[in-house]
Design a protein around this ligand. Structure first.
Ligand code: ADP
Ligand code: MG
Ligand code: MG
Length: 209
């Protein structure tokens, strides 16, 4: 089984905090066009909480870094707060050692997807974060046995998440607030899916350094 980059958890969370902060406005705008407009502020407050947890707990390993992020989201309102909180909680538990192997990370992502689907009830095609997470999880699972490097596999998983997020623009929502507005949200990328794609892109960036 292949190790991920040294300090992967720390690097992933750093990359995540950095990219999310730069894109909170854009994500909020997507929610204004398809939901109630609070997604940007929900994300920003989850990240502020995550940063406070990091400052207080001084994480030493992957589980510590991901737990700080998970608790940041779990303490935040909106539908996305608890869902991302549980998603990151599953990911925080995937590593037996200080940092996850590629296979452990793939299993963690699959477990994160499963918990989001268990609590939210969304399937692929319902125009939610699931549309970005599921293709990334499936890609990693299916290419785990290949001889390609973890750098390449995480980059492909991130691309699958980005493509999945883009695909939500054409969909009619079956879950979440966008399902209340129907055709009005047609053409708008689901903000939760866009955020999930950012999470996977940050993981790929953390892996290559
Ligand atoms: P709210 O709609 O309560 O204001 P947020 O704005 O924080 O919640 O989050 C909206 C995002 O949550 C959506 O873009 C979608 O990706 C995600 N979401 C909503 N409902 C579900 C669900 N049942 N399953 C998975 N994701 C969902
Ligand atoms: Mg909202
Ligand atoms: Mg709301």
């Amino acid at each position: 089984d292949i190790a991920l980059a040294p300090d992967f958890g720390h690097r992933w969370v750093d990359a995540l905090l950095e990219t999310f902060l730069g894109r909170a406005d854009e994500l909020g705008d997507l929610d204004r066009r398809s939901g109630d407009g609070d997604f940007g502020t929900n994300i920003a407050s989850a990240l502020r909480r995550a940063q406070r947890n990091i400052d207080a707990d001084r994480p030493q390993d992957y589980a510590g870094w991901l737990t700080a992020v998970s608790r940041g989201f779990l303490g935040t309102g909106g539908t996305s707060g608890p869902l991302f909180g549980m998603f990151f909680r599953e990911l925080s538990r995937c590593a037996a050692g200080a940092e996850p192997t590629l296979a452990e990370f793939a299993r963690g992502l699959a477990a994160g997807l499963a918990t989001v689907q268990r609590y939210g009830g969304a399937e692929v095609g319902h125009k939610t974060m699931v549309d970005a997470i599921a293709p990334a999880a499936e890609l990693l699972e299916s290419q785990l046995g290949s001889n390609d490097s973890p750098d390449l596999l995480l980059a492909r998983a991130a691309q699958a998440a980005v493509d999945g997020a883009r695909s939500t623009a054409d969909l009619l929502a079956k879950r979440g607030r966008a399902s209340y507005v129907g055709e009005v949200a047609r053409g708008v990328i689901d903000p939760g899916a866009a955020a999930a794609a950012i999470v996977l892109q940050a993981a790929a960036a953390a892996q290559v350094g």
